[in-house]
Design a protein around this ligand. Sequence first.
Ligand code: 5GP
Length: 188
Amino acid sequence: MKKGLLIIYSGPSGVGKGTVRSKLFEYPELNLEYSISMTTRSIRPGEIDGKDYFFVSQERFDEAIRNDELLEHASFVNHSYGTPKSYVEKLRNEGKNVVLEIEVNGSMQVMEKCKDAISIFILPPSLEELENRIRHRGTEEEKSIQGRLEKARIEVGYASKYTKAFINDDVDKCAKEIRDFLYELINK
Ligand code: 5GP
């Protein structure tokens, strides 16, 4: 069986990554599987432990690093995030195309380690639009909003390091463009 692709999927906070990703997962021909990350941040309303993330203590996270359980890890606005390695490998060996929805520092680590990884960056139509989206999401406190905005400005500068960047000015259009891009790679 052909090993599945490793797909790095990034974009600044508030760009609509999650919404575009949900649309991508509606295309069965892409045979996508989501890599569930480990994080030390607290759970948000509506999130499910073991589905959205594995929500863990800092001690457990540090242990995972020590045991070399993570493919990559990074800190984002005062919290730790990381990709469990064995799960990703298992899925790829089953032929699944695995999506890592991760921030830029972790992405750079994966690009360095896995030269065959495909990387996709989602851009907002503008930084003003991004700020509106982050503010209106209403899930963060002001301090976290400021941190996320600051980080978003830095992250946008990384777009050129990815295989391809897509602008999310319309969710369906953006998802369709990514679908076509991935479909070609999958069937190569
Ligand atoms: P959020 O707290 O909004 O769920 O995620 C914050 C940022 O961390 C997002 O850019 C998200 O893609 C990223 N992220 C989620 N999981 C991981 C991970 O395992 N590793 C890295 N490096 N970033 C992650």
